[in-house]
Ligand binder design. Structure first.
Ligand code: SAH
Length: 236
């Protein structure tokens, strides 16, 4: 039987843990996440009544989205397997005066201990870093209450995404450390949609996430070729 930590790449966790100290620096390596955060938080807030909702943020990192959701009134559980990033996420609560339940925990553990426990589950910019995306999606589906909503964002596997996320961000602009992303692990929206369907979820929307790293502006778009956001519902 696989252990509950099987679906994790330790090199990936170590890579993010190294960035933990600078996670909340809007000009540090998490800069694109800072710039994308208001758009994706609004995407979630437009589809879920966040006040009092129980929300899981899976692969929460230093807690950018977790805090935005908590500020909107959600009761957020943020999980990540990076001990340092969770440490930073907890520390930042002293600055923001928000409450988030941060845990060093795998998606499999949360799905097993709180099945059907959440009104909404978010998993942003994380699935491209796990060895078994299908197992992750099954965990996320298991966390949702019937009628609950899943939100995910990730990078598409297209030449344009390779150009923007790897050549552009890692090599030309040196915005992200080299090796942050692996092209072969990017998922096309159709592939992710299939995983969602197999997990019993109904896809409700796929939107492109536009981003200009020079102006640092981000917006929803019809172009899903680089980064995209989607939401899916667990049937009631
Ligand atoms: N979701 C956050 C952080 C994205 S960075 C945001 O969008 O702002 C990716 C995060 O996924 C990192 O914090 C990393 O530690 C975490 N991660 C990668 N693989 C993981 C796994 N198998 N289980 C839990 N967290 C993982």
């Amino acid at each position: 039987m696989p252990t509950t930590h099987a679906n994790v790449s330790p090199e990936e966790i170590a890579r993010f843990d190294k960035l933990a100290d600078r996670w909340w620096d809007p000009d540090g390596e998490s800069r694109p996440l800072h710039d994308l955060n208001p758009v994706r938080a609004a995407y979630v807030a437009d589809r879920v009544a966040l006040k009092g909702a129980k929300v899981a943020d899976v692969g929460c990192g230093g807690g950018l989205l977790s805090e935005a959701l908590a500020a909107a009134g959600a009761q957020v559980t943020g999980i990540d397997l990076g001990e340092r990033v969770i440490g930073i996420a907890r520390l930042h609560l002293y600055e923001s005066n928000l409450a988030v339940d941060y845990r060093v925990q795998s998606s499999a553990e949360l799905a097993a201990t709180e099945p059907a426990g959440f009104d909404a589950v978010c998993c942003m910019e994380m699935i491209e870093h796990v060895p078994d995306p299908e197992a992750l999606v099954n965990d996320l589906a298991a966390m949702l209450k019937p009628g609950g909503m899943l939100f995910m964002s990730t990078l598409n596997r297209t030449p344009v995404a390779f150009g923007a996320a790897i050549l552009g961000a890692e090599f030309l602009m040196r915005m992200l450390p080299r090796g942050t992303h692996h092209y072969a692990q990017f998922l096309k929206p159709s592939e992710l949609a299939r995983l969602l369907r197999h997990a019993g979820l109904e896809l409700e929307d796929v939107s492109g996430l536009g981003y200009n790293p020079l102006s640092r502006k981000a917006w929803l778009s019809r172009i899903t070729a680089v980064n995209y956001l989607l939401c899916a519902r667990k049937p009631a």
